[in-house]
Design a protein around this ligand. Structure first.
Ligand SMILES: [Mn+2]
Length: 325
């Protein structure tokens, strides 16, 4: 029997689906659950390459993450290089100490290094480490991008919370009906290289050194205003008790993380995925250790973030894209 009789186009059989995930040692356990869920929902007739972009992973974390490989899903690592761009990002986040550790992590920006670090790919999927797959990620990779540079989901929080809505509309000058969440993206890497996305972002970071609500995501929305296509919440779903059959990816965004709290929506699918990794015990211990003080601090962070958005919303156009095209 020839491979052509399977009805699958030949290029589908050989073309690898690249999926990027960006982490530091703290995020390794969640990333493992995400990767395991990806392999479990893969199409057996396709090949996937999960590329972990990191800033220095321990030997134990590497071994555990590498053990998630399957027949059709490879797992590889790439350490982010100590470039001028990286130094600028680190400087920016270290100037943001006022926000605690919430956004003071350079790792949030690593996703925007992908186009430059991986010139061999034209298109790729990016997923946050706090996601779990329920469907084949290859289908997101196959999505038609038209002329868009990135495809992502409109951020529902921005529509619902007044302070966030005003912040994006006025301070960022991005219509709240277009503002996306950058936790799950389909990226046209060729277009991002051509428009020099990374150097544009770094120039703006250095020029403004601005205090923002969600820096990496805010820059994305400002720089690519009008060039972002939208997919539905099936690819970036909020955790709920019962999932719609259409839900292909769940995003445990912001708070209510199952590895911190008990009895949170969607926890079952997280723990099912985590059980298939070498991190299950660590994650359970992490949940046990998340005491009242830590929970209280979580609550305060939510309030502080909303308040900050409200204050910043009073400023008009904090960031103005330097290179207009
Ligand atoms: Mn996230």
């Amino acid at each position: 029997m020839s491979i052509f009789s399977t009805g699958t186009p030949l290029n589908r059989l050989v073309k690898v689906v690249p999926v990027f995930i960006t982490i530091n040692n703290d995020y390794a356990p969640y990333a493992a659950a995400a990767i395991h869920s990806l392999t479990q929902h893969s199409n057996k007739n396709r090949y996937y390459r999960v590329i972990i972009l990191h800033d220095g992973l321990s030997w134990v974390n590497r071994v555990r993450l590498r053990s998630l490989v399957t027949k059709n899903c490879a797992v590889q690592f790439k350490k982010i290089t100590n470039s001028l761009y990286l130094r600028a990002v680190i400087k920016y986040v270290s100037n943001r100490k006022g926000m605690g550790d919430f956004f003071s992590k350079a790792v949030y920006f690593y996703r925007f290094f992908i186009p430059l670090l991986f010139p061999r790919y034209e298109k790729a999927v990016y997923i946050d480490s706090d996601t779990i797959l329920r469907g084949d990620i290859g289908k997101l990779f196959d999505m038609e991008m038209d002329d868009n540079v990135v495809m992502a989901m409109i951020d529902p929080k921005v529509t619902v919370i007044e302070e966030f809505r005003d912040y994006v509309d006025f301070a960022l000058d991005v219509p709240h009906t277009e503002y996306v969440n950058d936790g799950v993206m389909l990226m046209d890497l060729r277009k991002m290289r051509k428009m020099k996305y990374l150097s544009t972002m770094v120039e703006m970071i250095q020029k403004y050194d601005a205090d923002l609500v969600a820096p990496d995501q805010d820059y994305l929305n400002v720089i690519l205003k009008g060039k972002i296509g939208h997919f539905g919440s099936e690819w970036n779903a909020e955790p709920t008790e019962e999932f719609n059959k259409e839900t292909k990816l769940v995003h445990f965004n912001l708070f209510n993380k199952p590895w911190h709290y008990k009895n949170v929506p969607g926890e079952k699918i997280f723990w099912n995925a985590a059980r298939g990794t070498g991190f299950y015990g660590d994650l359970k211990r992490q949940q046990e250790a998340f005491d009242d003080t830590k929970q209280k601090s979580d609550q305060e962070k939510v309030g502080a973030l909303i308040k900050k958005a409200g204050v910043l919303a009073k400023n008009k156009k904090i960031l103005i894209k330097k290179i207009e095209k």
